[in-house]
Design a protein around this ligand. Structure first.
Ligand SMILES: [Zn+2]
Length: 413
């Protein structure tokens, strides 16, 4: 049908732009001729695609190729990682974090702040996110760079196709259309992704963390609750409705405490900041948990400080906490047979007093073959892994569709 032709053409062009951009990123520096050779596209098409990618600030012309054996010297091209920036935004219990990285992974702007409101209502938190995003965009633009995509991480089950937060027990959110609310508040046409915080942490670990490149990776994030992000065969596994990895709500103690999800004895009633404080620093637990001025790191630091001076209650609490971590990891090992489990959130800081117990419990509750195939490592990305994963995921979207980057980004910074 004739009326479909322009749409078809646009689709093909987008696909070719993505193809050429990826090629320049992986093969560069390379010439237009070599791109034509690899892709089978005509020289004229490649030239036109490269002109567009240069205009969008994604590709850079270097000097002439000097060792050209045949024909005249050609201009070399490489990925320009410096002009286009993506934002990673994390909304969590008690704080927000914003990270702005360029496509080369250089951090241009970073800000973390406690939430000044004790409310976790959508009406109160969306304007906070809007202001944090606007502030970051202004800071990036002041450096001459352009923000071309945003990823937002939330601790909950997300429908990534609609940007709806289906259920976030620690925020008390049900069916919140976060993407629509943010678009309305920001008044922007920037592409925005909403995803789960542990999924984004897993993406960051898979791409740039200690276990980068591992094809079967489980990222375990213990903070206010405990969740996981699962990379299977090199890609994020979301399950049928986006809730895969909600390992914190698997049952480890059917007669145990009530969980925020409404069930009883979930893993996160044993492995969470609240459970840790209650077990290791019972005298401080209630006060610390409610203290909104302190971030999770500061609270975990109180536990570590007591453990460091061999406080017997803290050591016993950490022993018990480690046992429960190990029990959950055994379940992960036997269900998914990962090659690596990355421990994140409050777990790395506590490792000196918990790793032996974690390891012992994990080994005694899982199949020998599976546990021997699995490394347990500590994340080095800290609490900002989710925001980092968001910048990477938002960049990935630009690689899939370079037309999302505005044109006329030119010149040197
Ligand atoms: Zn639960």
């Amino acid at each position: 049908v004739a009326s479909d032709a322009p749409i078809e053409h646009l689709h093909v062009r987008r696909h070719n732009l993505s193809l050429v951009l990826r090629l320049v990123a992986s093969e560069g520096p390379c010439s237009r001729a070599s791109i034509a050779g690899i892709t089978g596209l005509t020289r004229a098409t490649v030239s036109s695609l490269i002109a567009e990618l240069i205009d969008r600030g994604l590709v850079l012309e270097l000097g002439l190729e000097t060792d050209q054996r045949v024909g005249r010297p050609a201009t070399l091209l490489e990925l320009d990682g410096s002009k286009v920036v993506t934002l990673g935004v994390e909304l969590n219990v008690g704080y927000t974090a914003v990270l702005a990285n360029d496509l080369a992974g250089t951090t241009i702007y970073e800000r973390r702040r406690p939430l000044m409101t004790s409310s976790s209502s959508v009406d109160d938190l969306v304007p906070v996110l809007r202001d944090e995003i606007r502030r970051a965009i202004e800071a990036v633009e002041a450096t001459g760079r352009t923000v071309a995509g945003i990823g937002v991480a939330v601790p909950g089950i997300i429908d990534v196709s609609t940007g709806v937060v289906v259920f976030a027990p620690n925020l008390g959110w049900h069916n919140v259309p976060l993407l629509d609310r943010l678009v309305a508040q920001l008044g922007t046409r920037l592409p925005i992704i909403v995803d789960n915080e542990a999924n984004m942490g897993a993406v960051a670990e898979h791409r740039v963390g200690v276990a980068a490149g591992a094809d079967h990776l489980v990222y375990v994030l213990a903070a206010n609750g405990v969740g996981s992000g699962v990379i299977l065969n090199g890609s994020l596994f979301r399950g049928a409705s986006g809730a895969a990895g909600e390992i914190g709500h698997t049952t480890v103690d059917p007669d145990g405490e009530m969980c925020s999800c409404g069930s009883r004895g979930c893993w996160e009633t044993k492995v969470s900041l609240g459970a840790l404080l209650a077990a290791a620093v019972p005298d401080l637990a209630a006060g610390l948990l409610d203290d909104r001025r302190l971030g999770p790191e500061a609270k975990v630091a109180m536990v570590a400080a007591r453990a460091r001076v061999d406080d017997p209650v803290a050591l016993a609490g950490l022993h018990e906490f480690g046992r429960w971590v190990g029990i959950g990891l055994a379940n992960i090992v036997d269900s998914l047979n990962p090659e690596v489990i990355v421990l994140s959130g409050l777990l790395p800081e506590l490792a000196p007093w918990t790793m032996d117990h974690i390891d012992e419990e994990m080994r005694s509750h899982s199949l020998t073959e599976s546990v021997e195939a699995c490394r347990v490592v500590l994340s080095t990305l800290g609490f900002s892994a989710a925001a980092l994963g968001c910048t990477l995921q938002a960049s990935e979207r630009l690689f899939l569709d370079p037309t999302l980057v505005p044109g006329q980004i030119r010149g040197t910074l």
